[in-house]
Every structure is written in structure tokens, then in C-alpha cells.
Design a protein around this ligand. Structure first.
Ligand SMILES: Cc1ncc(COP(=O)(O)OP(=O)(O)O)c(N)n1
Ligand code: TZP
Length: 576
């Protein structure tokens, strides 16, 4: 029997019982009595509490640790803060499903939390619980609503924009947008939507009707804040909550896991910028203010000596470490998964630089650990997608880092790298900026690519080149400082990542302003190095430029420490 036959037979049975009762009543002889006054109208049933989707537990007994029952797990999860439960038991036959449903419902009812049944309207009717969650292969929505009545809760799965329009045209109570990320819990799930796909669905649905949405698929304490933050549409209703299976069911302590998830999902993430009204306005008029902020930020680096955890390629390690020291930071190079958490917490001011230069798919665990640990410790992350457009592996790894490894504060790359991350099919021939296969686009197009990518990823994007372009999606600035010799010393691009990490580690309130401080110090130092040539210390080419450049990075930082802003005199900025 399929779902609708099951449901139909349940309803037919209940209707037959009801008609048997009414014919019994008709057969009773009624003596003639004085007319009784009409009864008071029955009181209105108590209004159902508003649906709270903040933390939605979907069960799967197969994921329970040995020796723990589903009943105990659900009760613990509710104590930890779960606000709604769905019984999703794919392998149970009807009778044991109903029996388990009744036991779980006794628990959820005691705590005032709604219980829904996955897929099976007949089981929901038999259990007498609050509703069902159905997908597009299950019983159709209209039939489910007819069988369950207007006050039951019905949720619909949505995995695409088409399904979102269809769901919003029904009177369903919420949608489960899924899967956000790939998950072993549902191997037959549709392709992942990632946060950006969830955001598109929320935007579309908001245009049709107000409809609460939860996201599900691969959500854990490590990524819940990233998913909620990155999926938030600029001007539509954000997710009403998150739904999880394994993060609670398989947890050693389901109560603590639920409490952690709820707290994280209700806490603004540490990387969220202040409202635009509190950030520096990027126009020529405010240039003096912008530059004074640049100096304050660089002085803070000298004063606080932030730790910069480098996960970087072997080719540039020494130069990156030296640049970090010269700007006033403290470098540490570590590729150890086991110390990523400790490094994220060890210093009050620190940041992590993830440079993909010699990385491979085998490094995913390291990247995920470093990024998520820094996210949780409230420390910034800079990502340098070195050579992202060069090979299939690099394209795959860079998009995995962006979509799945956690929140990235700043993406810094050359034209080929940023255009690759933007989704343009750029074929780079190597890791250098000049190595894209000759299809460079104009400056205005590049500005657009940077802005759009910053908006999509909700982070700062920096495209380096003859003109550097920085954007947070709203404010965009072009930097026309620097020297051509920078591109002739190995690691000059990578070491800019170290400087960006150092400035963000000490000043994250206005990340775009901090990044501007780092880029200006670095590029003006390069100009000063090329101009510093004397007979005793000639700067003739890349070999002599490298040490002179390092000296000037140090000098610029020293000037900032003294509050001397004279080095900013050659700054050339354009605000867009
Ligand atoms: C809250 C929530 N959202 C989505 C789903 C997925 O439902 P469906 O697509 O029907 O797949 P199955 O769960 O039946 O495998 C869900 N269950 N809950
Ligand atoms: C039921 C369901 N629907 C879409 S993904 C999914 C499983 C989510 O499981 P987990 O939270 O363990 O990734």
C-alpha cells in the first residue's frame, strides 16, 4: 500500500466509526421534554502556539550511538533547546512506526514541542501528532492537507527554485530547503544548494508569500553560523531555523549538542560587520579620515604583534615570515591538523592565512579544521586561492574551501583566480596573474566581478594587479600604488596575504578599511624600495629589490608606530 492508500484507509475507517456512532444515536427513543435552552457555544480552541523552527531535530535511529534509545535522545535534545521534532524512520514498518511515534509523541507533548512524521500521513493520523513533513515523491500536498485538516502542520521539501515556487503556491506551513551541503545521512539527496542557493530560494519565496524556511543537510556546530550568515538575503526574510539529524542524534551528549547549536544559531557571528552606518564612508571627501584610520590600524599591528598562522606553500614561507615580522606581526607556519584549534586560541590577536599554493584535495581536513576553529574562536581567515583556474583539482579545492570549509573574511587573488571563483570559465596556465589564457577583461568588468563575488560570498574580495580592486560588496576602492618589480619576486603576492591577516587580527570592525591599510603599506613600501636606490645600495632588479622592499615594509610600519603618516603622501585611490 502506498502512502495515500494508507492514509485513505485510515480516514475511511475513522469515518465509518463516526457514522456508526451517529446511527446508534438516532435509534435511541427520545421522550417529549420541554425544549432545553441552546447550549453555550463551545469555547474557541486555544490558539496553536506560533511555529518555532529555530532548532529542528529530524530523527534517524540508525545513527544512535550503541545503547542509547531514541526516546532518551529526543528528550535530551528537547531539554537542550530543540523546538520541533520530525520522526524520520525510513526502515520501520507501519505498526512499529506508529508505536514509536506514540512513545515519542508522549515525550514531545510533555515538553510542548510539536512532533511531525516524515512522509506518512497515515502514521501521523494514527499517532495523533501535530503534522507531517513531505517531499515531492510523497503524498501530494492537497491530499495531505485534506486528510490532516487545516490546523495540522505540513512542511514541504524544497531543493530548487521550481520547487520553491510550487511550495509557496500551497498553504504549507514551512519549507525545508535541502540539502545545503552534501551529507552522508541522505545519500539520495539532490545536489547541494550551498548557502548561495538557499539565499536564492529565500529571495524567490519572499516575493510570493511569507513562508518560514529551515535549511537542512550537513549542518553542524562548525558551520551553522556560516550557513545562517551567508544564506541571509539582503532584503528578504532569512532562515527561520536549521534542521539537523546527525549533529544531534549521533552526538555523545545530545542535550549539550542541541544547546550549542541553538546558542550558535542565535548569536551574531564574530565576523559580521557593524551596520554600514558605523563604517568609514569611502569617498574622496573622507580621504583624510580613511588615511588616519590606515595609520591607526598599522600602529595597532606594531603594538599588538598579532600571531599569523600560515598554512602556506613551501615556495614562499621564508619571505612570508619575514614580511609578517617586518609589518609587526608574529608568523607561525603549521600544517598540523592537531594544533589548528590551539593556534586559533593561543593569542588574543591572531588570524589564519590559508594559501592554496601547493595544497591538494588531501589537505581538505587541514583547511576545514583551521578555518572552522578560527571561525569558532572569533579569529579572521584570509584565503589565497593560488592558481585556482589552473587545473581541475585547484578549481575543485578552491570552490570546496569557499562553500564548505567555513567562513572566509577575505579572499585575495589575481585576476585569473578571482574570475575563477566568480564562476567564469578562466583557464589559467599557471599561478601567475599574467597566465590566464589571454582573455583579460577591462577594469570596469573586473570591478563588477569583485563586487558581485563580495556580495555573493558576503566577505571582502581583493583582486590584485596593476590596479588592486577591493570591495565588500557595497564599497569599492581601487588602489593604484605598487611597483612592477613586485611581480618579479616569488612570494610577493602571497606575503600580501600575511599582511592582510595581520591587520585583520588587530582590527576587524571595518574589514575593508583594515585591508586597505595593509595594501597601502605594502604597495607604497614597494614604490619606496624602487626609489631608494643609491650608489652604495643600488636597486637594479628583482634581486636587490627584494631586500629593499622588506626594509621599506619595516620602515612604513615603524613610521605608523610613531604616528607619522608622511609615507601616505603618494597614495592613489579611486572610490567606486
Ligand atoms: C525539515 C526537512 N526538510 C527536508 C527534508 C527532506 O525531505 P524529503 O525530500 O522528503 O526526503 P526524506 O526526508 O523523505 O528522505 C526533511 N525530511 N525534513
Ligand atoms: C533528511 C534530509 N533531507 C535533506 S538532507 C537530510 C539529512 C540531513 O542530515 P544531517 O543533518 O545529518 O546532514
Amino acid at each position: 500500500m502506498d502512502d495515500s492508500e494508507n492514509a485513505a484507509s485510515m480516514v475511511a475507517a475513522s469515518m465509518m466509526a463516526a457514522s456508526a456512532m451517529s446511527s446508534d444515536a438516532v435509534s435511541v427513543a427520545t421522550p417529549s421534554l420541554p425544549p432545553t435552552p441552546p447550549p453555550h457555544p463551545p469555547p474557541d480552541p486555544p490558539a496553536a502556539p506560533p511555529l518555532d523552527l529555530s532548532l529542528y531535530l529530524v530523527t534517524s535511529s540508525s545513527l544512535l550511538p550503541p545503547g542509547r534509545s531514541l526516546e532518551d535522545t529526543v528528550e535530551a535534545a528537547i531539554k537542550g533547546g530543540v523546538t520541533i521534532v520530525q520522526l524520520r524512520e525510513k526502515t520501520l514498518d507501519t505498526r512499529p512506526f506508529i508505536d514509536l511515534g506514540k512513545r515519542i509523541h508522549a515525550i514531545t507533548k510533555r515538553h510542548g514541542v510539536p512532533l511531525l512524521i516524515n512522509d506518512r500521513v497515515d502514521v501521523a493520523l494514527a499517532v495523533g501528532c501535530e503534522g507531517v513533513h513531505i517531499g515531492w515523491d510523497d503524498i501530494d500536498y492537497d491530499t495531505a492537507r485534506r486528510l490532516l485538516g487545516p490546523s495540522s502542520i505540513i512542511g514541504l521539501s524544497v531543493s530548487s527554485l521550481d520547487e520553491a515556487s510550487l511550495a509557496a503556491a500551497t498553504t504549507c506551513d514551512y519549507i525545508g530547503v535541502s540539502p545545503v551541503l552534501p551529507t552522508p545521512t541522505k545519500p539520495d539527496a539532490n545536489p547541494p544548494l550551498y548557502s548561495t542557493g538557499v539565499r536564492d530560494i529565500l529571495t524567490l519565496v519572499s516575493e510570493i508569500r511569507p513562508l518560514p524556511a529551515v535549511a537542512i543537510g550537513g549542518i553542524s556546530a562548525n558551520n551553522v553560523q556560516t550557513i545562517l550568515y551567508k544564506s541571509r538575503p539582503p532584503s528578504a526574510t532569512p532562515l527561520a531555523g536549521i534542521a539537523v539529524v546527525s549533529a544531534i542524534i549521533a552526538a555523545d551528549d545530545p542535550e549539550a549538542a542541541s544547546a550549542d547549536l541553538l546558542t550558535l544559531s542565535r548569536t551574531p557571528p564574530p565576523w559580521a560587520p557593524p551596520p554600514p552606518s558605523q563604517t568609514t564612508i569611502f569617498t574622496d571627501f573622507y580621504l583624510p579620515l580613511i588615511l588616519s584610520r590606515v595609520i591607526t590600524t598599522l600602529r595597532a599591528v606594531k603594538e599588538r604583534k598579532p600571531l599569523v598562522h600560515h598554512i602556506t606553500n613551501a615556495v614562499v614561507r621564508t619571505f612570508s615570515a619575514n614580511v609578517t615580522l617586518a609589518i609587526g606581526g608574529s608568523p607561525i607556519m603549521s600544517d598540523a591538523v592537531d594544533e589548528a584549534a590551539a593556534l586559533a586560541k593561543i593569542a588574543p590577536h591572531s588570524a589564519c592565512l590559508v594559501n592554496m599554493g601547493t595544497g591538494s584535495l588531501a589537505d581538505k581536513q587541514l583547511y576545514a579544521a583551521a578555518i572552522s576553529e578560527n571561525n569558532r574562536a572569533g579569529k579572521p581567515v584570509v584565503f589565497d586561492p593560488v592558481g585556482a583556474g589552473a587545473t581541475r583539482m585547484r578549481r575543485e579545492l578552491s570552490s570546496w574551501i569557499l562553500r564548505e570549509a567555513g567562513y572566509i573574511d577575505v579572499i585575495k587573488g589575481n585576476e585569473g583566480e578571482i574570475r575563477t571563483l566568480a564562476g567564469e570559465g578562466v583557464q589559467m596556465k599557471g599561478v601567475d596573474a599574467g597566465d590566464s589564457a589571454g582573455d583579460s577583461c577591462g577594469l570596469d568588468d573586473l570591478v563588477n566581478v569583485v563586487k558581485q563575488t563580495a556580495r555573493r560570498e558576503r566577505c571582502i574580495v581583493i583582486l590584485t594587479g596593476p590596479t588592486d580592486i577591493l570591495s565588500d560588496g557595497n564599497r569599492t576602492v581601487l588602489v593604484r600604488n605598487g611597483h612592477p618589480l613586485q611581480s618579479l619576486i616569488t612570494g610577493a603576492g602571497c606575503a600580501l596575504g600575511s599582511v592582510l591577516a595581520a591587520v585583520l587580527a588587530v582590527s576587524r570592525d571595518d574589514k575593508l578599511s583594515s585591508c586597505l591599510a595593509g595594501i597601502l603599506a605594502y604597495n607604497v613600501a614597494a614604490e619606496r624600495a624602487s626609489a631608494s636606490s643609491t650608489d652604495e645600495k643600488p636597486v637594479r632588479g628583482p634581486g636587490s629589490f627584494g631586500p629593499a622592499f622588506l626594509d621599506e615594509v619595516y620602515e612604513v610600519a615603524e613610521m605608523c608606530a610613531r604616528g607619522d603618516g608622511a609615507w601616505t603622501e603618494p597614495v592613489k585611490l579611486e572610490f567606486r
